[in-house]
Design a protein around this ligand. Sequence first.
Ligand SMILES: [Zn+2]
Length: 274
Amino acid sequence: MPELPEVQTIVSDLAPLLMGARIIKVQVWDPLLVRFPGAEDFNRRLSGGIIRTMTRRGKYIVVGLDQGLTWLVHLRMTGRLLTKLEEDERHLRAQFTLDNGICLSYCDLRRFGDMWAFFPGEEEHLGGFRTLGPEPLSEEFSQDWLLQAFARRKAPVKALLLNQSIVAGLGNIYVDEALFVAGIHPGRQGHSLTEEECGKLAAAVKEVIQKAISSRGTTFRDYRSGLGTVGEYQQLLQVYGRKGEECTHCGTLLDCMRIGGRTSVYCPRCQKQK
Ligand SMILES: [Zn+2]
């Protein structure tokens, strides 16, 4: 699943190409794609609209049009937003034709991706977008924030960091990497983290996310940036996908455990359970 750095890369690539362009044709072939409003209203709202802004919030792509209309996109597991289609593309779900010659294609193998087109006052239809926690690189996301968010929480810290209302944009890859950098076992109960550990963890999340954005994200399975290029952070991964390999820090073999249905890879020596 694309996480914050991958979505940021897609937005950074696409924004300069799309801003100022008018959407002249909307075609949606997958009835599962549009979450709000209905398919017909979605087409009508976006058709003729001029793209004024394109930003990211958590793992969402946020496109601002005129009259306060916002086009929201979540790629979920395998969604891709591309300006060039590969010849053998079999998973095309929607296309947005612009008046500047660009045709933006939405492809999605597993079809979990979601889109919304909403006006101010319609936020109740936006599901998890309304309850997103702070951005990891914001000042609000800090030692104090984590200490307060983890208080009285018995859930494993791995699961808490995947909770988008605690921090926006993290997924399996960057949570595993941040916990390793902070030296914290993924199965530790949230409330058991000390103030110092919360400080280390907040700093680790910021460091990992910043480096991953600079590397244009991690390339895995279906990820492509908006221009069809791939990221390079996989060369810097220290634990994710490395189960059974040596810890880069101490040489111990990396172990893994299931937490909330997700695999967590960690170093049993650098990240003690306590
Ligand atoms: Zn180690």
